[in-house]
Design a protein around this ligand. Structure first.
Ligand code: SF4
Length: 371
């Protein structure tokens, strides 16, 4: 897949979460959050591994109490991915998480309470070189702003964000990123657009509480897509009432659709109609589920007939165009051979895996030559 340059990307300062750069010209990272009990160290680590396999760059873990903070330190030791400790209100949990080697803490300074407590958290973050994520959410807007604005509109969310940011900046702390989320797509977009002009820290995108798998995916794609096309956004989390692994897959699909990042197969498949000459939907379902492990960037076309097949297959590594009595297979955009519909998914899977092996070999030989 040819990636598009994000020429209009908003300029932001760069922060570092573990070994993942966020902001500046760094790749837009994809994150999710574990939903296991944090005290279940084994279960949480297993979920982090699943997220890693799906392509997560960063994972957030809740730290609601001391037992969870103790568990967090153990989880951190076993995780290959940078971990953000999610803290609400209790500054002691933030200090514990920093002690437990968190790579970032999510905490809103305005919600911690006394100034002294904020100072302790900020100075511990500074001493350990850890950034903070400020997370403003329409669902938990401060009461005084709800009264002032009468509703959680974009100005209210921006004022809330600036309030938290102001506390950090008065303590000379600029190493933070910000999210300003709502479950409403319009409100989220407006809020991000406004805050993007006011600060230069990286922005963490998301439509919060977006919904179940289908509705949440659509809302997130529309909202995050609009912002990313504006050049806004340095890292993202798709929030779904679904398996966290789905959040990573959808996050990647959004970035892939916009040609911002690539990972795994980019399928081009027709919507099917009476002209199709093989079971396009069944073939796609099989290929999508069997080829989830592939990380290499590859375009594959699965098209039911000659109306659109040759045109789509021309730009792919592997393509199939439905025909009668046999279907035509394309390799590297050129017609190569014909096969029957029987076992088509298996045949395509083999061709794709062979192609992936070749890509890996070519990459390895480039590395050997350059050494
Ligand atoms: Fe129908 Fe052919 Fe179009 Fe697929 S490519 S939807 S089979 S006309």
């Amino acid at each position: 897949m040819n990636l598009k340059n994000q020429n209009n990307r908003r300029k932001s300062r760069q922060i570092k979460i573990g070994d993942v750069l966020v902001g500046g010209d760094a790749d837009i990272s994809v994150q999710s959050m574990t939903n296991t009990k944090t005290t279940d160290v084994k279960g949480t680590l297993a979920q982090i591994k699943q997220l890693e396999d799906a392509g997560a760059d960063i994972v957030r873990v809740s730290v609601p109490d001391k037992d969870s903070a103790d568990a967090f330190a153990k989880i951190k030791k076993g995780s290959n991915l940078p971990l953000v400790a999610d803290i609400h209100f209790d500054h002691m949990m933030a200090l514990e998480a920093i002690k437990g080697k968190a790579d970032c803490i999510r905490i809103n300074p305005g919600n911690i309470g006394k100034e002294e407590k904020v100072k302790q958290v900020v100075s511990a973050a500074k001493d350990n070189g850890i950034p903070i994520r400020v997370g403003v959410n329409a669902g938990s807007l401060e009461r005084k702003l709800q009264i002032k604005y009468g509703e959680p509109n974009a100005d209210a969310l921006v004022e809330s964000a600036l309030g938290h940011i102001n506390i950090l900046q008065q303590l000379n702390f600029n190493d933070f990123k910000l999210s300003i989320k709502a479950s409403d797509v319009f409100l989220t977009i407006e809020s991000y657009r406004k805050i993007a002009k006011l600060i230069d820290q990286p922005l963490h995108l998301g439509i919060t509480e977006a919904g179940g798998f289908r509705s949440g995916t659509v809302k997130s794609a529309v909202g995050l897509g609009a912002l990313l096309l504006d050049g806004i956004g340095d890292t993202l989390r798709v929030s779904l009432a679904s398996d966290p692994v789905d959040e990573i897959k959808v996050g990647w699909d959004i970035l892939k659709s916009l040609k911002i990042r690539s990972r795994g197969i980019n399928f081009i498949a027709c919507p099917t109609c009476s002209r199709m000459n093989f079971d396009v939907i069944g073939t796609m379902n099989k290929l999508e589920s069997r080829l989830e492990d592939i990380k290499e960037d590859l375009d594959v076309a699965v098209i039911g007939c000659y109306v659109n097949g040759p045109g789509e297959s021309k730009h792919t590594s592997i393509g199939v165009t439905g025909g009668s009595p046999k279907n035509l297979i394309y390799i590297d955009g050129k017609p190569d051979h014909k096969v029957e519909g029987y076992n088509l998914a298996e045949h395509l899977e083999k061709l794709i895996r062979d192609k992936v092996d070749k890509i890996k070999l070519d990459k390895d030989s480039v590395i050997v030559k350059s050494n």
